[in-house]
Structures are given as C-alpha cells and as structure tokens.
Design a protein around this ligand. Structure first.
Ligand SMILES: [Zn+2]
Length: 449
C-alpha cells in the first residue's frame, strides 16, 4: 500500500534530514503546513530546521525523500496503564468498579517482573506503532516490574513517564501486611525515583502514582504528594470518572467538600500533577483545578467504553484548564491518540445533539494540537516535544496518507484542516510508518505490514 517508499532506507540515528509534507502545531499558536518541507536533525537529536524545502536548497541534496508521507510531531498519551494492555477491548459498558474487579485487578496482580519482561517491550512498540512518542503511564504495584518497564523503555527509545501504582486499601496485593503497606509503597516509589527519574537526560521520568482515592488513605495521598514535591517527580491519579466512584469517594472522605478537595487537602494539586478523566467536575472543582494549574488527561474513548460520561470539554477549555489526551488503555481499547481524537470529537457532537452545554467547539486542527503540543504543555515539556520547530528534540512521526484516502488514487487533501480531518476520521492502524524520539528511530511502526 505504501508503494515504492517502502524501499526507502529510514534513518535510525541522527544526524539526518527528512523531506516530506509537514503538519505541525506551533508554540506561538496556529499551525504550520508545508506541502514540501525539510526537517533537519542534528547529531544530538535536536531539530535545527523545520520549514519549506525551497528556503534551504543546501539541505535538500542529502535529504531522505519521504514525499508524499506527512511529517508530524509524535503524539503525547497522557494516560495509559501498560499492564492492562493485554485485556484491551474487554468489558465494554461495564460499571467502572465492577470492570476493575473482573478484568483489571487480576491482570495487575499477575504483573510481576517475568510477566513485565514479556509484555513491556511489545507494549512500548505498540505505543510507537500508534504514533505516540511520549507516554505518561501507570505500572502495577511491584517495584521489580517497574524496573523492567523502565529498562524496556530505555532500550526502545520512547519518551516515558512511569509510576508504580500505590494502594494502601482495597488493594489486590493482599500478600503485604496492611500495617506496613504505606511505608513500603513509599520506600519503593522513592527508590524507583532515585533510579529512573531524569534518566537519559530526562527522556525517562517518574510519576508518583496513587491509584485513586478509593484505594488510598488520606495519609498515603498526603505522603505521596510530599514525595513528588520533594523529588520533582510528577504526581498522577484519577478523578471524577464515574458516578458510582464519586459516591464511594464521598463516603470514604466525609470531611471533604468534593472529589477534587480530597486531593487538594493532600497537597496533590499543581502543575506537576496530571488527573485522569475529570468527567463530572462541579464549577468549584473546575475553578480549583484551573487556579492550582493542575493538568487533566481527557480520555473520551475510555469514558464511553465504560459508560462513565462525556466531558464538557469546550467549557473546561474556556475556563482555562490545561488538558491533553489519554488512551487510558485498557479502559480505552485503542492506544491511538488519533482514535482518541475521533471518539472525543463524536462525543462533543453527541453533547450538541443532546442539547447539552458544549462551550467552544474544536476543529480537527485543534484536536491534533491537543493530542501533541497540548499534552506536551500539560507535562511542562512544550519546550522539548509536541511540535516540529527548531530547538526542540526530534520527536517525529511519518504518516503514509494513502491509508487515509477513501479510494486509492484520489488526490491528497491540500488544505491542512481537511488533512487533519482525514487523519482523525480515517485513521488507520498501519498509517504511521516511522517514529523517532530525539532522532532515534523507534521499533513498532510498520511492523504489521
Ligand atoms: Zn486510568
């Protein structure tokens, strides 16, 4: 399907220059679309030029010509559970808490180091195959399996922020004495931070990861937030996903105003914090997240798969919330951030059809921005990744647009908004033909075809 280009030798390490069509959001706002562009990557893996080929004839000679492929920034997945990937696609429509008991906790319970050795390398390849070059990921509870996940990411080359799940009540890990579980979980997290946070010049980082308020005492939430603050690690958890979950949190934390307040009292809010879902926020909760500069991972596929709800995305963005997109595998069955955009878009349309409040309506290019630069900004990495601009690291994907055409041989879309629309609504599992992080090629893309 990719024609003669499949014989092009793709560079595996920098320096190199790629030639192709280019579509990227820009840090200053807006989008750059070039029908014929060059992306120059230096020996350190940084972008030194990303712009029209006509302006740099000196570079064009040695360039690897990928036309008509489209060069884009790698996507950013702000929320996924790597150990759950083997059960992706199971349990559609189940209630969140019942789904966790049936499909998720048994899988995570089994996710020790030997299982991680089998699953993690394939999982990182699957992220890259989907076009994701940066991922914020949950592990399971075992320290040794986290080391395996990090080592696999180190070898693969993906940009990853990973954390050991912390649970000191309602946990699946019943082998640990409840009186020691909090101290042990904190000590394990601290050791993992020591070993992995900032590894390889910051390509790998750590996120302190209390699962959610139902699995954590107020003390664990407080101590874990303090650990993140004192080490510069991220802090990630779930909030306001499902009405049953919200009711249970209110029962467990009767002294709090609402779900967001549980994390606020623990010192967990702030710009190094990413909360997944936030589907059912009250005005007070939304204001508090905006005011504290807390980040949200919007996971629309998961929210519909588990019938949790449809986030009023436009209203949140109008309020100034910093937000990116998450696959939430295995709450979402699909790792592709392009699929997340598609389902998110449909969800917002469904709100309009149902006469529900929507706020701002996003265009396809705005969805692409959320899935790349929006996610990078949420992580504070917008000076590193999320767009193709000189000075950033070369986190690039190459897409074969022939996968997007309804009929082979039809002309490619000239208009960037039309191209974005096709990328979202006709996304194909094999369309990502190559991915690089810091100019180093990732295994995964192109492996199925
Ligand atoms: Zn999740």
């Amino acid at each position: 399907m990719s024609g003669s280009l499949s014989r092009v030798e793709l560079p595996t390490t920098p320096p190199f220059v790629l030639r192709g069509r280019m579509l990227t959001p820009l840090g200053e706002g807006g989008t750059r679309h070039e029908a014929d562009a060059l992306v120059e990557v230096d020996a350190a893996g940084s972008i030194t030029y990303a712009g029209p080929a006509a302006e740099r004839p000196d570079l064009a000679d040695g360039a690897i010509d990928l036309r008509p492929w489209v060069l884009m920034p790698g996507m950013v997945d702000l929320h996924a559970h790597l150990p759950q990937l083997p059960n992706a696609g199971l349990g559609a429509g189940m209630d969140l808490l019942a789904w966790l008991e049936r499909y998720i906790f048994p899988l995570e319970l089994a996710f020790d180091a030997p299982v991680a050795k089998r699953v993690a390398p394939a999982a990182w390849r699957a992220f890259a195959a989907a076009g994701t070059t940066t991922a914020l990921v949950y592990g399971a509870v075992y320290e040794a399996s986290l080391d395996v996940m990090f080592r696999a990411a180190e070898k693969h080359g993906i940009r990853a922020i990973v954390g050991k799940v912390m649970m000191d009540r309602n946990t699946y890990d019943v082998t640990i004495d409840p009186s020691t579980i909090l101290d042990r979980s904190l000590a394990e997290s601290a050791r993992l931070i020591e070993r992995w946070h900032g590894f390889d010049d910051g390509r790998l980082q750590y996120a302190v990861t209390p699962r959610f308020a139902i699995s954590c005492t107020a003390e664990l939430l407080r101590e874990s937030a303090a650990l993140a603050a004192s080490t510069g690690a991220y802090w990630q958890t779930h909030v306001s996903e499902d009405v049953g979950e919200i009711a249970e949190v209110a029962r467990l934390f009767p002294e709090t105003i609402d779900y967001v307040d549980v994390y606020d009292r623990a010192g967990g809010l702030g710009e190094r914090t990413v909360l997944a879902h936030a589907v059912h926020l009250s005005d007070r909760e939304l204001d508090r997240l905006v005011e504290s500069r807390t980040r949200v991972a919007h996971c629309p596929i998961s929210n519909l798969f588990l019938a949790s709800g449809v986030m009023p995305l436009g209203r949140y963005l109008d309020a100034g919330l910093s937000l990116g997109l998450g696959s939430d595998v295995a709450g979402g069955p699909d790792l592709s951030i392009f699929s997340v955009m598609r389902v998110g878009f449909y969800g917002q349309n469904a709100r309009r059809v149902a006469g529900l409040e929507t706020g701002r309506v996003l265009s396809p290019l705005e969805w692409l921005r959320l899935g790349s630069l929006g996610g990078a900004s949420a992580l504070g990495l917008d000076d590193v990744t999320g767009s193709l601009e000189a000075g950033k690291e070369a986190d690039v994907i190459a897409i074969d647009p022939s996968y997007l055409a309804p009929i082979q041989g039809t002309p490619a879309d000239d208009d960037p908004e039309d191209l974005a629309s096709r990328l979202i609504f006709r996304a194909h599992p094999d369309m990502v033909r190559a991915a690089w992080v810091r100019g180093r090629r990732l295994e995964g893309p192109g492996s199925r075809s």
